[in-house]
Design a protein around this ligand. Structure first.
Ligand code: FDP
Length: 335
């Protein structure tokens, strides 16, 4: 690991790469990094202090407890509110988007969409969870930011990233000039550059889908699963199946080792399950920047029109050739 370069230093060094290099996006990214460290501290002690319990339960000292997802949401909101660079926050935890109307935020130009704790159902069993964020620049030029500033396509993202709270904690982000990964060195309390210029292998040998829902999948998805399972020496099939139930963990593995993660539409979730604005778009931006591909089976994720902040989408994301193959099989089968 290159412990010489911390996230803070790297962001400042790369500031001139940003589309509008005034330091605001740098500060926003730095604030997200600080909140991630606070959330990481709480994720690590979850077994000790019952943070996985329901909101309203009490801890060992008899104090009121918050669920960790509520806590994580509060920490990111606090960081974004006090940083002064963000005018609107969209969060998985809040039904409506939140205007930040403090004195220091009155000229803020950025909109942040965030899933503060993705894969939360894994928190009790020590499987990795994550935070996903997506950053847009507001389009309106005067007054309060408006809904059209929020409902921008994924192609308009200026930055996106995720934090994975796993065997080690990593922050991975892109500003549209490649992808870089930073590992938290707890001895110095800093994210340090450990994975510079990440590239996803064009082919992989792992597919990742909740196959328990096989009966609810379209014939095209079923056919792709069969393709993954058939023996073929040339393409190193059958592929292995890995599915943690934490999108961040499953996509992080694909980014490092190659592979495909699929959450398709099902007969029980006809629009898909995952959220376009703060799950699919940011992960698509990162994976594309690393050389991979992300689609909803038919269309590039980042080109989907956004009508609603909590809109759902199907997603197929990962190694370029695997996603292309899946798209081909699905479009031939589900015509
Ligand atoms: P979770 O509901 O635990 O937050 O974002 C939703 C998500 O997890 C993803 O992280 C994960 O990939 C998916 O849902 C798991 O859904 P299934 O249990 O339906 O497979």
């Amino acid at each position: 690991m290159n412990t010489n370069t911390t996230l803070g230093q790297f962001i400042i060094e790369k500031q001139s790469d940003f589309p509008y290099a005034k330091g605001e996006l740098s500060r926003l990214l730095r604030d997200i990094g600080i909140a991630a460290k606070i959330v990481n501290r709480e994720v690590n002690k979850v077994g000790l202090v019952n943070l996985s319990g329901d909101a309203g339960s009490t801890n060992i000292q008899g104090e009121g407890q918050k669920k960790l997802d509520v806590y994580a949401n509060e920490q990111f909101l606090l960081a974004l509110q006090s940083g002064g660079e963000c005018c609107i926050v969209v969060s998985e935890e809040d039904e409506d988007y939140i205007h930040i109307s403090s004195e220091i935020s009155k000229n803020a130009k950025y909109i942040v969409a965030i899933d503060p704790l993705d894969g939360f159902s894994n928190i009790d069993v020590n499987v990795s969870v994550g935070t996903i964020f997506s950053i847009y620049r507001r389009k309106s030029t005067a007054g309060q930011a408006v809904i059209s500033d929020v409902l921008q396509r994924g192609t308009e993202q200026v930055a996106a990233g995720y934090v994975i709270y796993g065997s080690s904690t990593m922050l991975v982000y892109t500003t549209g000039k490649g992808v870089n990964g930073f590992t938290l060195d707890s001895s110095i309390g800093e994210f340090c550059l450990s994975h510079p210029d990440m590239k996803i292998p064009a082919d992989g040998h792992i597919y990742s889908i909740n196959e328990g829902f096989y009966a609810h999948f379209s014939n095209g998805i079923k056919k792709f699963i069969k393709y993954c399972q058939v023996e073929d020496d040339q393409t190193h099939r059958p592929y292995s199946l890995r599915y943690t139930g934490s999108m961040v963990a499953d996509i992080h593995r694909s980014l490092i080792k190659g592979g495909i993660f699929i959450y398709p539409i099902t007969s029980h979730a006809p629009k898909g399950k995952l959220r376009l604005v703060y799950e699919c778009n940011p992960m698509a931006f990162i994976v594309e920047q690393a050389g991979g591909k992300a689609s909803d089976c038919y269309q590039r994720i980042m080109e989907i029109d956004v009508q609603d902040i909590h809109q759902r989408s199907a997603i197929m994301i990962g190694s370029f050739n695997m996603v292309s193959k899946a798209e081909q099989i699905i479009s031939e089968t589900d015509k």
